[in-house]
Design a protein around this ligand. Structure first.
Ligand SMILES: Nc1ncnc2c1ncn2[C@@H]1O[C@H](COP(=O)(O)OP(=O)(O)OP(=O)(O)O)[C@@H](O)[C@H]1O
Ligand SMILES: O=c1[nH]c(=O)c2[nH+]cn([C@@H]3O[C@H](COP(=O)(O)O)[C@@H](O)[C@H]3O)c2[nH]1
Ligand SMILES: NC(=O)CC[C@H](N)C(=O)O
Ligand SMILES: [Mg+2]
Length: 527
């Protein structure tokens, strides 16, 4: 039997398919997202224990609306529909879906009329989050209608014989009361999924898998940034292959003030890993000269990272040989990266997702990559990674560190990256971080990029004289997993201190602005 039951989340263009996948995992069942264009036979070949049909922007009765082969409902695999998925199931099985004039967006009160299994043990009247303009006007035959709202008579249904169910609302969003309970009723009670997806299991399995992949004599390099993901990846791999792992930290000149020293000092002290530091500042800056396009920058940085790892190989092996002479003639065939599921999804490597931006470690990798990748966290979300980190006993400063992107300040300078501009941004960023820490807010926010609008100038007055300087943007955000985010409501006095200090202390910056955009529509980083 497979180690874990698999739940496939079929994505119909939902805003938050990732969120559904997360919630399933929070219910201790492993899940993956697949595009609705995947043939049903292919989905079934993966032997899912259950299938979830996501929401989506289309109307099921429209020509060309995304759909799924109705065979999916005949395969004896339990299926759960949410919103669009619910409507799709209704239509496919002989019910009716129409634009009834009822529209519900946001907070909506739902009345449970017959709880069945899906809505059992939940208060009759509770608040859910809706986002629909179409409605199921008649449930298919054999289905019990479980709930209604003032304007939506069929808001949830189930057919226990066929193990099919659905809700009009979005149980995956936090604003929906009892959303997780409803999902768990489907997963555990209706579909009978086993609850095996726990962090302890994941670590043990990954260790076994890595030993198998790397073999008894293989050597690996881990790109280590001081961030959470690579620290956890390194710790997992170290457990698997011990000192056949060497960590390589690349100082690409796009780091924050004091970062290289801090990683060298604190990280080694905390973990005892063998850290090899490469100064590649000139290499990266030369490669980036004259480039302003964000995707181009990302690809260049991705490529230069790999070239740096390749160049470090000889050095790494020399060290290894000192410890163990039998290493002579070996090659480092493996590259460990702290790639997470959202990196893959955003780079368009996820199922049916579009390329938002090429994360340097996924979409930005060069085609002629010689290393075989070892990515033990590739299916995990950040909060899962943090749990794994805690599980492995990594210190809190590492596990709870705010994320910092691999391409670093290179994607926070809007325009060409130059040494002078980096200097400016580094100073402004250091002040912002210092004030945030002083205010005790580090754990309250997800991260706070400081962005230099290098090609923009604005007029200011400083010391009674005219200045013509650059603006910086501060972008504090809150988030659960970086897939969605909101702008953080930092206290005004903290903002004020950041603004005053930056304009006073950083040459050529005469304006500080605050980014008040959520994600979507904005992304966290500006490029
Ligand atoms: N300066 C660096 N030197 C070596 N490897 C790096 C560096 N920056 C990033 N990487 C590699 O790229 C991967 C992805 O970077 P990313 O920033 O997403 O993760 P992280 O830095 O480990 O964690 P966090 O997201 O918390 O910053 C890292 O896990 C690491 O393998
Ligand atoms: O290692 C990385 N390589 C990258 O190329 C990259 N791009 C964005 N990020 C980080 O990912 C999260 C989501 O960022 P966005 O909302 O900007 O897409 C945020 O935490 C970003 O800081 C990156 N991390
Ligand atoms: N969020 C959704 O899945 C919406 C489904 C459909 N587009 C509607 O408006 O009813
Ligand atoms: Mg990082």
């Amino acid at each position: 039997m497979a180690e874990h039951d698999l739940v496939l989340v079929v994505d119909f263009g939902a805003q938050y398919a990732q969120l559904i996948a997360r919630r399933v995992r929070e219910a201790r069942v492993y899940s993956e997202i697949v595009p609705h264009t995947m043939p049903v036979a292919e989905m079934l070949a993966r032997e899912p224990k259950a299938i979830i049909l996501s929401g989506g922007p289309s109307s099921v009765y429209e020509e060309g609306a995304p759909t799924v082969d109705p065979d999916i409902f005949e395969a004896k695999v339990p299926v759960f529909g949410m919103c669009y998925g619910f409507q799709l199931m209704a239509q496919a099985l002989g019910g009716a879906v129409a634009h009834t004039g009822a529209r519900e967006y946001g907070r909506t009160s739902v009345q449970i009329t017959a709880p069945g299994v899906l809505l059992g043990e939940i208060p009759d009247n509770h608040t859910v989050w809706m986002s629909h303009g179409d409605s199921v006007s008649a449930a298919p035959e054999g289905f019990d209608v479980l709930a209604a709202t003032l304007v939506t008579p069929v808001a949830a249904f189930e057919n226990l014989d066929r193990r099919l169910a659905g809700v009009q609302w979005h149980p995956e969003v936090l604003h929906t009361e009892h959303g997780q309970v409803v999902l768990e009723h489907f997963l555990h009670k209706i579909a009978g999924c086993r609850q095996t997806w726990t962090m302890v299991n994941i670590v043990d399995e990954q260790i076994d898998r890595i030993r198998e992949q790397i073999g008894e004599h293989g050597h690996a390099i881990c790109g280590l940034s001081g961030g959470v993901d690579s620290a956890v990846a390194a710790a997992v791999v170290q457990r698997a292959i011990g000192d056949r792992l060497t960590c390589v930290f690349v100082d690409h000149g796009l780091l924050r003030k004091g970062e290289a020293e801090q990683v060298e000092r604190d990280f080694v002290a905390a973990t005892g890993v063998d850290l090899h530091v490469v100064d590649a500042q000139k290499q990266f800056l030369d490669a980036l000269a004259g480039v302003a396009d964000p995707e181009e920058k990302r690809k260049i940085i991705g490529r230069e990272f790999i070239r740096t790892f390749e160049a470090a190989e000889a050095e790494v092996l020399k060290k290894a040989m000192k410890r163990d002479p039998s290493v002579a003639g070996a090659k480092v065939a493996f590259l460990v990266q702290g790639t997470l599921y959202p990196d893959v999804v955003e780079s368009g490597g996820g199922a049916g997702t579009s390329n938002i931006k090429s994360h340097h470690n996924v979409g930005g990798l060069p085609d002629d990559l010689e290393f075989e990748l070892v990515e033990p966290l590739r299916t995990l979300f950040k909060d899962e990674v943090r749990l794994v980190g805690e599980q492995l006993g990594l210190p809190a400063e590492i596990v709870w560190r705010q994320p910092f992107p691999g391409p670093g300040l290179g994607i926070r300078i809007i325009g060409e990256v130059t040494a002078e501009r980096l200097e400016l941004l580094r100073d402004a960023d250091a002040i912002a971080r210092e004030e945030l820490t002083r205010a005790g807010l580090d754990r309250d926010i997800w991260q706070m990029p400081v962005v230099l609008l290098a090609d923009v100038r604005s007029v200011g007055v400083q010391g009674d004289g005219r200045t013509y300087g650059h603006p910086v943007v501060i972008r504090p955000v809150t988030s659960e997993d970086a897939m969605t985010a909101d702008w953080a409501r930092l206290p005004y006095d903290v903002l004020e201190r950041i603004s005053t200090r930056i304009t006073n202390e950083v040459r050529d910056v005469n304006r500080v602005t605050l980014d008040v955009t959520s994600k979507p529509p904005g992304t966290i980083e500006w490029e």
